[in-house]
Structures are given as C-alpha cells and as structure tokens.
Write a protein that binds this ligand. Structure first.
Ligand code: DGL
Length: 269
C-alpha cells in the first residue's frame, strides 16, 4: 500500500514521520508545492484551485490508497472540494483546538499558525465548538514556516528569529499564563526542540501528527497492493528540488519531475 502526503513545503514531513511509525510497511509519496510556497498568504480561491489541480495530476500518476493533506492552511479550505472530486479516503490536518482545550489548566491556550489558518472561519468554528471556557490567542506568523524551510535545508536561522515568531503565544493575564500552544502548521514540529528551549516558560506543545497517523491507519485498513508497491518513499516537488541531505534525514528519495507541465505562476493576494 502507498499513501500520498501533500503540503506546500517540507512541513508535511512531520506528519509523514508519524505515518511511518504507525504503518512501518507503508510506502509514501510526498508532494511539496515549493514553486508556490508559502500558502499562508494566498487568497482562498487561488489556493483551492491550485491544490485541486496538483492533486488531479498526482493522484492519476501515483494511485495511492489514501491522500493526506498535511497542511493546515490548505485543509481548513480544501477538504470539501477535494472529497467532492476524488473518491479515495482523504485525511486532513486542522488545528488541534479540542486536545488543547482538554489539556489546558490555566484556560489560556494559543494557536500558532500561518496568517491564512488563523483567519479561517474553520478555525474560529473549532474554537466555538471545542474551546469551552478556554481563551485562545490566535498567532498568525508570516515567516515561521519559511524559517523552518531554511533550517531544515541546513541554512542558519537564529534563536532571535524564532523567538520573535513564538513570543506572542505567551500571554500573562491576571496571574495566569498560557500553558498550551497548538502547533497548527505542520512545519513547526520540525523545530520543536528549539521552540521548547526558547519558550519564555514551559508549555505543552500540541502536535497533531500522531493522531493523523492513527487516522490514516484506520482509513487504510484492508487496502490492497498499490501500483508501485515496494518502491522507496519518494519526494516530488514543483519548482526547486529539495536538498538531498534533508531527504535522507527523512528517508525519502527525490522522485523526479512529476509536475513538469504545471503552470507555476499564480496570483497572490
Ligand atoms: N505547512 C503548512 C501548514 O500546515 C503551511 C506553510 C505555508 O505557509 O505554506 O499550514
């Protein structure tokens, strides 16, 4: 069986890593839309069209048992149109508001995400439905996903750059402090050790990847052999090629040019 994992960039590897642990025998194909990354500031309509068109190409070529949208910025918009168009099981990644509300004792929690994710009605809806009496601070970072892309590719990213992005998550109010931070962009768990070390005080960082991996295991139970059964984990990208050392670190090989024909220019809002 093979699974297709999609993100705008390398962040979805934080989800792929957990899928590999939950389903050790599975083959993974990963698609990163590096030509358009970051998705965080894209207009919703542009983002939806882009993801539908890439998935059309990828699903036809790779024929996976399930598709994982390992991107909060995309999942909070594209899951309904994707499910309407494609019939395979589709697992999304959305802000882990419910586990955060269950965990927080100070009743102050933060959602750290891209500007797109914090603006979405979907995210507000999750807080209304599952937040209870927990007060959520929504922190939309313009650059943290990009800093993570750089760090994972071996470029230097300073502590000051990272701290500036996470600092607004830490709120002190009437003797209470934020005790829970939702990592609502799949890039962020890739630098979790550094975020933990830089945090002004200890908090619980909620990474939804293990829960997503369990969901993938459930929806693919009983799936048969895939067309390319036994092939290595393959990484496909639009635009630039990924850094080989990064692929090695996650157990992926460069899959080559699946999207050679895709139009790479899109309008930005
Ligand atoms: N990894 C993506 C997410 O989970 C976002 C990165 C981007 O801005 O494209 O939201």
């Amino acid at each position: 069986m093979r699974i297709l994992v999609f993100d705008s960039g390398v962040g979805g590897l934080s989800v792929a890593r957990e899928i590999g642990k939950a389903l050790p025998g599975v083959g993974m194909d990963y698609v990163a839309d590096l030509a358009v990354f970051p998705y965080g500031a894209l207009e919703p309509g542009v983002l939806i069209d882009r993801v539908l068109s890439l998935m059309e190409t990828a699903l036809a070529a790779l024929d996976p048992a399930a598709l994982v949208i390992a991107c909060n910025t995309a999942s909070t918009l594209v899951l309904p149109p994707l499910r309407a168009r494609f019939k395979l099981p589709i697992v999304g990644t959305v802000p882990a508001v419910k586990p955060a509300a269950e965990h927080s004792r100070s009743r102050l929690a933060s959602v750290l995400a891209t500007p797109g994710t914090v603006k979405r009605d979907y995210t507000r809806g999750l807080i209304d439905r599952f937040g209870g009496d927990c007060r959520f601070t929504l922190v939309g970072s313009m650059v943290l996903a990009e800093l993570v892309e750089r760090a994972v590719s071996g470029e230097s990213v300073t502590d000051a750059e990272l701290l500036a992005e996470i600092a607004p998550c830490f709120v002190e109010e009437a003797g209470r402090r934020t005790d829970t931070v939702v990592l609502a962009c799949t890039h962020y768990p890739l630098v979790l050790d550094r975020l933990r070390a830089l945090a002004p005080w200890p908090v619980e960082w909620i990474d939804p990847a293990p829960a997503i991996a369990r969901r993938v295991a459930t929806v693919t139970a009983g799936a048969g052999r895939s067309r390319d059964e036994g092939a290595p984990h393959r990484f496909f990208s639009t635009g630039r090629r990924p850094v080989p050392a990064m692929l090695d670190a996650f157990g992926f090989e460069d899959g080559g040019d699946l999207f050679a024909g895709e139009a790479l220019k899109i309008a930005r809002g």
